[in-house]
Design a protein. Sequence first.
Length: 347
Amino acid sequence: MMKAVRLHGIGDFRCDQIPIPVPRGEELLIKVGACGICGSDLPRVFSHGTSNGKYPLTIGHEFAGEVAAAGELADPGLIGSKGAIFPLIPCRKCDPCVTGNYAMCEQYDYLGSRRDGGFAQYCLIPSAWNLVTAKNASLEALAMTEPACVAQHAVRKTGVSAGQLVVIFGAGPIGILAARWAQIFGARTLLVDIMPEKVAFARKLGLSAVDSGEVELSGEIRRRNQGRLADAAIEGTGAGAALCSCVECVRAKGSIALLGNPAGETRMPLKVHSMILRKEITVNGVWNSSRSPYPVDEWAFTVRMLDEGKLTVTDLITHRISLEELPRRMEEIRDGSIHVVKAVCTN
Ligand SMILES: [Zn+2]
Ligand SMILES: [Zn+2]
C-alpha cells in the first residue's frame, strides 16, 4: 500500500492509503522523491476541480523520483535511475504533435491533472519518454524542473540575447527562475512586483528587483540601460496592468512574452494599444515548455544544467511538507496564513 493525496471532489482533498500501482507494457513505476505545489494546484483543489472530471485523482505534476519497477516492454536497466518527470502525455497524432509541438496537443493527457500524478509515494508514467534522467541533481531540485522549463521557455520566446536587458513582471518562483535563465543566456534582468516581500526575497537572492509602486518604471529602466528602454519584457503575472507596463517599458522593436495566465478581463488603454503598433513590438504567447529536440529539448537542457550545478533552484523552496500534512497546508496557502515561495512535498 502507499499514501496518495487525492482529490475526491472540489475542496475534498485527502491523504488516502491505496494499492501501489503495477506497471504494464512500456510503463514505469516511479518512487516519488519530491513534488512541488504549483500555483495551478490551488484552483484545481478549491475551485475548478480536475480538468476531465475524474475523481478520485492524485494531483501534483511537478515531480521527480526513481524508477522502482518496469513493465514487460520497458527497459529493466532503467530501474534505480532517477530523473524529472515530464507530466504531459501527448496524443502524437494531431497536427501540433506531428510537428513536435507537444505542449499544444489537441488531445493530451496529463499526470496530476487528468490522471494520477506526484502527490503520492509512487506514480505510474506511460513510458521512458516521460522520464528525463539525471545524474547528480537532488530529487528536490529535479522536482523544480517543470517550473524551470516554463521559465526557460518564456525567456527563449522573448528572443533576448547576450548584453540585452529583460524586465520580468512577477517576482514569484517562475519570475526568479526566468531571471536566472536570462542571466545564463547572457542578458541583464530587472524583476518587478507590487508585493514588497517578493521584491525583498528576490533581492536576497542577489537579483535586481523593484517595487512598481515605488519607482517610475520607464525612468528606472532607462537609468539602468544607458538611457534606453528594455529590449524585452516577460509578463508573468496575468494582470492586464502588468501587460500595459510591459508595452510601456520595452523599446521600439522590442518583444514581450506573455507567460502569466490571465486572471480576468484584460483592458488596455488606447494609448498603450497604439504603442504596440508604433513601436512594432513583437508579442509572443508562452505555453508550457518544449520536450522536442528542435529547437532545443528544454527538459533535457534544464536537467543537464541542474546536474552540472549551473542552475540553482532549491533556494526557492521555503516549505517542505509531508503527504499527510498536504491537505491542511494547501488550505493555509489558500487562506494566506502561510506565505510560500515554493513548497515541495517530500515523502
Ligand atoms: Zn506547474
Ligand atoms: Zn496531439
